[in-house]
Structure formats: structure tokens, C-alpha cells
Design a protein around this ligand. Sequence first.
Ligand code: CO
Length: 134
Amino acid sequence: MIGRLNHVAIAVESVEKAAAVYKNALGAHISKPESLAEHGVKIIFVELPNTKIELLEPLGENSPIAGFVAKNPAGGIHHVCYEVDDILAAREQLKATGARVLGDGEPKIGAHGKPVLFLHPKDFCGTLVELEQA
Ligand code: CO
């Protein structure tokens, strides 16, 4: 079921500062910043040959990552995103194993315009998992 690693998301206080680290120290190609008000995040992508790093900054008072950044002021890995071919089939297969889908369990349109679901970190080795229908 699980496909490619689509991205690793790192939550930080400033995506510009984080992107400068990737650009200047690591020589990475970075995207322009985008503010996604409906997701409560500002993002910059670091484009790597085989995957992406998604730099996330809290946007607005109700940002879903505000608490994470407050607890991790130096930044930290927030989630990993795996691709699946059929997100509803993946959800049913996961639920049958006892895995918990976050929220109301219905796929939402994610930061890349594709349907996504999030899975409970306690069911996946302490890591928040995003599934994206590729
Ligand atoms: Co993501």
C-alpha cells in the first residue's frame, strides 16, 4: 500500500531563516514562500532529487502547528508524508489494523492540492504520518 516518501515536514519559527540554512549551508534549491491561510501555515519547499522537505511556519492564531513550535523553538520534524494510490482504500485497510485516523476521518485537500489524511503518532512509532493520494 505505502508508496514513495512525498516529503518530510519540519516546523520552525521562520521558514525564511530555515530555508536560508538549507540554501546556504547545504546548497539546496528552495521554493518561494506560500501562505496557506486555510491550513494555518506558511511553507517553503526544499526540493531534493528524490523527495522534498516541507518547511512549515505557524500562520495565524489558530495554527495547528503553533503548539509544536512553542515546544520546539529550535524547530523539529513534524510529520512524514507517504504516497498512496487510493486514499480511501488505504484508510479502510489501516482502520482494520486498529490504526487511528485523525480528525473526522475524511480526507481533506492538503497543502499540495491533493487529498490527505493524518494518522495518530502513537500508532506509528511516535511519528505523525500524513498519507497523500498521489
Ligand atoms: Co505535509
